[in-house]
Design a protein around this ligand. Structure first.
Ligand code: SAM
Length: 285
C-alpha cells in the first residue's frame, strides 16, 4: 500500500471507501511525511519495541510504526475504519488492530500479552476530546511504559511543559511532571491534517521517570490538594484548600503547614512547585 503520509494517497483511500469523518471521534488525519518522520525519530522506535498506537485512523502513522517497530498494537474506536485498516496495513504481519474504546481497554493486560509485561512505547495522534483522560489513565494505572509521544493541541502541550508562575501552569502540568519529563518536539500547523483542525497542534514526548521526582506518603492526597488549589486559582491556597469539602482541612492546619514550609500565608497554589506540593501533602496527610 502506498505511503498515506502523501496527501493524494490519503484522499484516494478516503474516496475508495467513501469515508465520512466523524467529528465526535476527533478525526483529523495526518498528511505530512516530515511530521510523521519527526514523530518516529523523536519516539526513538527500534526493532526491539512494542508500540501501542491510540486511534490509527486509516493507518498512516501505523505504516511508519510497523516499519520501525517489532510489534504494533493499534486501538481504534470507529468500526468503519477497521476494513480500511485491514486494507492499508495488509503488507504488515506485525500489526494487531483492536476495535475498541481505548478508555475501556485493559492496557496492562495487553502489555503482558504482547510484550511479556515489559515497558512499551505509546505513540499517537490523539483525539483531542479525550487527551487528558488518556494520558492520566496511562500514568495512574501504572502501565509499564517507557515513553508517550503524542500529537496534542498546542495549548495542552504548553500546559504540560510549564512550571509555576505562568498562566498555563495547573493540575495537568503537575500530574504530567510527577510521572514524566515533557519535551515539545514539533509544532504542527492545521494544514498538516485532513480535515484541518481549528487549533494549532504540537508533538510532545513524555519520558517516564524511573523514580518520581518527589516521594510522597500518598500520591492520591497530593493530587487532591493540587486539584483543590487550581479549582479556585484566584483564591489564596489557604482558602482554596479549606473550601474543598473532600479535604476536610481547617485554616489553622493549612497555615501551620505553610509556616513550617517557610511559605507566605497569602501564597496561591499556582506559585507552588511540585516539590512544595509534595511537602505540603506530607505535612497535611
Ligand atoms: N492516527 C491517525 C492519523 O494520524 O492520521 C488518526 C488520528 S485522529 C486525530 C484520532 C483517531 O482516534 C481517529 O481515528 C478516531 O476515530 C480515534 N479515536 C477517537 N476516540 C477514540 C477512543 N476513545 N479510542 C480509540 N480510538 C479513538
Amino acid at each position: 500500500m502506498a505511503n498515506l503520509g502523501i496527501p493524494q494517497n490519503t484522499i484516494a483511500v478516503l474516496q475508495k471507501y467513501n469515508f465520512n469523518f466523524q467529528k465526535r471521534f476527533g478525526q483529523n488525519f495526518l498528511i505530512d511525511t516530515n511530521v510523521l518522520d519527526k514523530i518516529i525519530s523523536s519516539a526513538e522506535i527500534t526493532k526491539e519495541d512494542c508500540v501501542l498506537e491510540i486511534g490509527p485512523g486509516i493507518g498512516t502513522m501505523t505504516q511508519y510504526l510497523a516499519e520501525s517497530a517489532r510489534e504494533v498494537v493499534a486501538v481504534e474506536i470507529d468500526k468503519n475504519l477497521i476494513p480500511i485498516l485491514q486494507d492499508t496495513l495488509s503488507a504488515y504481519d506485525n500489526v494487531t488492530i483492536i476495535n475498541d474504546d481505548i478508555l475501556k481497554v485493559d492496557i496492562a493486560k495487553l502489555v503482558q500479552e504482547k510484550n511479556d509485561g515489559k515497558p512499551i512505547k505509546v505513540v499517537a495522534n490523539l483525539p483531542y476530546y479525550i487527551t487528558t483522560p488518556i494520558i492520566m489513565g496511562l500514568f495512574e494505572s501504572h502501565v509499564p511504559l517507557k515513553s508517550i509521544t503524542i500529537m496534542v493541541q498546542k495549548e495542552v502541550a504548553d500546559r504540560m511543559q510549564v512550571g509555576p508562575g505562568t498562566k498555563d501552569y495547573g493540575a495537568l502540568s503537575l500530574a504530567v511532571q510527577f510521572y514524566a519529563k515533557p519535551q515539545i518536539v514539533a509544532n504542527v500547523p492545521p494544514n498538516c491534517f485532513i480535515p484541518r483542525p481549528n487549533v494549532g497542534s504540537a508533538v510532545i514526548k513524555l519520558t517516564r521517570h524511573e523514580e518520581p521526582p518527589v516521594q510522597v506518603k500518598s500520591e492520591r492526597f497530593m493530587f487532591d490538594l493540587v486539584r483543590a488549589s487550581f479549582n479556585q486559582r484566584r483564591k489564596t491556597l489557604v482558602n482554596g484548600l479549606t473550601n474543598a469539602p473532600n479535604l476536610q482541612l481547617t485554616k489553622e492546619q493549612v497555615l501551620e503547614a505553610l509556616d513550617k514550609m517557610g511559605v507566605s500565608a497569602q501564597i496561591r497554589g499556582e506559585a507552588l512547585t511540585l516539590e512544595q506540593f509534595g511537602l505540603l501533602s506530607d505535612l497535611l496527610s
